[in-house]
Design a protein around this ligand. Structure first.
Ligand code: ADP
Ligand code: MG
Ligand code: ZN
Length: 608
């Protein structure tokens, strides 16, 4: 297709950023912004949202202000832009007065067109007044979900941004986020653009990720069995608490794996070095709480395991999205157990915040448990949550081993009766003991061995009933009452089942074998071959340069660029320009050192 504007944009893409083609959604968003329209773009993490506003900001003659909630994100993005040769300034509370003042002068009176700013700085009345006399053509609100109370991560500072539309009626407002369900999207759009922004949702399907959910029973044993299939590969194991994180990391190290623990309780120094190691060493397992992950750009993460239940589908999606950025197959496994579900409910219950938001948090958790218990294709279930349609993937646990659904009404009635007969006062494990006829001290003490339901389900295993209770909860038949210390209680629908008006169909219980890596093709055989040696050397050089400059490694080059470089082995400057992620500025800056290294490594390794 010969389209002058598009060709021109492609040219600029290569020149500034070094990329040959746009990712899905990028061109569309850029064109709307160039047309002067407000945009609300929802694209997953790693999809390439920054480029969608950076490119228009570079092209246009007007000035652009980019608002971001985190000092670290602003620092990284400005470092990356400067490394591309773009002049950009930033103002936030992490810098001292003089630095901010100098940045302001450069932006207000100089040629600098792009300014990164924290929301509280922007919304000060003196700042707003000063901006009126400048030609501000576009405000970009990155991580825009922070503006909405319906979203995860609401920030009061962000809410003030809803005044922008009124204050600057002729300025483009561009909002970007990776996580926004329908309610959140409507809210963002209303607050920033009076509901008039063009919404663009793109790219939630990630075909190279396999999805699996397993019952959490013998977590450590299952982890080892799984990780044994993943030798020399990098991955993340997400845990709920700091304790669990430390414990699992220690256990994995004892079992001969190389694992590091990462959570907010560690020092900044420790965390930085852990992150550095993860970015540069192969085969490292990062055992972490959600504190780990924001802004990491490692393309060859081969698995993301959830040792505990995440808080919502959004969080789950965001976390598994860190796997397989290089497009090669990667696995995700979630271990789902009833006690984690109760822990999550308790966290919401005990958290501060208004009741209406707690209700919303419960709903989000409910949607996630529904996903965990679904018998449909997981990809279809996951994407439908984000309003994207898709075909069964053939690559999730449910597609590979379709679950059998059977009538479990009679077994459900056993549980429901036992709960009713004991006054809806006990937790799930005691109820299971009753129906299985366990002779525990608690049962004797309470006299529960004389109940009608006692021992009725003796021929079924404990894990059968655990699975059944999880499904009864996610079907809204049972609920866990946290005010009564986690007692399981009957919901209205339970009576339909007990009184024989409704049947209950559930996933047939099979003792599932521990999770296998779903992707037989595990990609490159890491640890062998000249290409890999070169790749490792390139990474080491990158780290060295990054340390010298005091920026994160990926600001210099992404993994993908280094991988492409290790394959193309560029000799000349024009070869070097052909590597993905190499534009004019990077060519000038890094051609010498990297091409020299490529020559050396070639000399030292036999040709394959
Ligand atoms: P997001 O903000 O959506 O999470 P980023 O903007 O940080 O994602 O981009 C993620 C990575 O993708 C970055 O390393 C970026 O340079 C790279 N990237 C963006 N657009 C392209 C493209 N068109 N081709 C190749 N890589 C790209
Ligand atoms: Mg981003
Ligand atoms: Zn599937």
């Amino acid at each position: 297709m010969n389209h002058p504007v598009k060709n021109d944009l492609n040219f600029k893409l290569k020149n500034f950023f070094g990329y040959d083609s746009f990712r899905p959604g990028q061109l569309e968003i850029i064109q709307h912004l160039l047309n002067g329209e407000d945009v609300l773009a929802v694209m997953p993490t790693g999809a390439g949202k920054s480029l969608c506003f950076q490119l228009p900001a570079l092209i246009q003659s007007f000035k652009t202000i980019i608002i971001s909630p985190l000092v670290a994100l602003m620092n990284d993005q400005t470092a990356a832009l400067r490394d591309l040769g773009v002049e950009v300034e930033l103002i936030h509370s992490g810098r001292d007065y003089e630095e901010n003042a100098q940045s302001w002068r450069n932006f207000a009176t100089g040629d600098v067109k792009i300014l990164y700013m924290s929301p509280e700085r922007l919304m000060q009345s003196r700042m707003l007044m000063a901006l009126e006399s400048l030609d501000i053509g576009m405000f970009v609100v990155d991580e825009a979900h922070c503006i909405s109370k319906w979203g995860a991560g609401f920030r009061p500072d962000y809410e003030a941004l809803s005044r922008l539309r009124g204050l600057f009626p002729n300025t483009i407002l561009a909002a970007f986020t990776a996580t926004a369900d329908r309610a959140t999207r409507v809210d963002i759009n209303q607050k920033l653009s009076g509901g008039n922004a063009r919404q663009i949702l793109k790219g939630f399907g990630r075909d190279n990720l396999s999805l699996a959910v397993y019952p959490k029973k013998e977590l450590k044993k299952n982890l080892i069995e799984y990780l044994n299939q993943k030798a020399h590969q990098s991955g993340i194991v997400y845990c709920l608490s700091r304790n669990e994180t430390d414990e699992i990391a220690e256990y994995l190290n004892k079992e001969g794996f190389s694992a590091i623990a990462y959570h907010a309780g560690k020092t900044t120094e420790y965390r930085n070095s852990a992150q550095d190691r993860f970015m540069t060493e192969d085969g490292l397992i990062m055992v972490a709480t959600i504190a780990f992950g924001m802004g990491i750009d490692k393309s060859d993460i081969r698995f993301v395991i959830h040792a505990s239940l995440p808080g919502s589908i959004e969080a789950y999606y965001q976390e598994i999205g860190r796997a397989g950025r290089d497009g090669k197959p990667a696995d995700t496994v979630l271990f789902f157990g009833l006690s984690d579900l109760i822990k999550r409910q308790r966290m919401i219950f005990e958290g501060d915040g208004a009741d209406q938001f707690k209700v919303l948090e419960y709903k989000r958790l409910e949607a996630l448990t529904g996903y965990c218990e679904t018998v449909k294709c997981r990809k279809v279930a996951l994407l439908s949550y984000f309003d994207e349609e898709s075909e069964p993937c053939g690559n999730c646990d449910n597609c590979m081993t379709p679950p059998i659904v059977e009538d479990q009404t009679s077994q459900a009635v056993m549980l429901l009766s036992a709960i009713k007969q004991t006054g809806e006062f006990f937790g799930s494990s005691h109820i299971i003991d009753i129906v299985r006829g366990g002779e525990t001290a608690k049962i004797k003490e309470k006299g529960h061995n004389s109940l009608e339901s006692f021992g009725e389900g003796a021929r079924y295993s404990k894990s059968f009933f655990q699975g059944l209770i999880r499904q009864l909860i996610s079907s809204g038949i049972l609920t866990v009452n946290l005010e009564r210390f986690g007692a399981v209680q009957l919901m209205q629908k339970a009576y339909e089942v007990v009184e024989g008006r409704e049947q209950f169909f559930a996933r047939a219980h099979v003792e599932r074998s521990p999770p296998k890596t779903l992707n037989r093709d595990t990609g490159r055989n890491i640890g062998e071959g000249p290409e890999t040696i070169l790749f490792q050397s390139l990474k080491a050089l990158r780290l060295e340069i990054a340390r010298e400059k005091g920026v994160p490694a990926y600001v210099i080059f992404s993994d993908r660029t280094l991988e492409d470089m290790s394959i193309k082995k560029p000799k000349t400057k024009s070869d070097f320009l052909l590597v993905t992620g190499v534009g004019n500025k990077k060519l000038i800056e890094y051609y010498e050192s990297f091409s020299e290294l490529i020559k050396q490594v070639k000399v030292n390794t036999p040709e394959s």
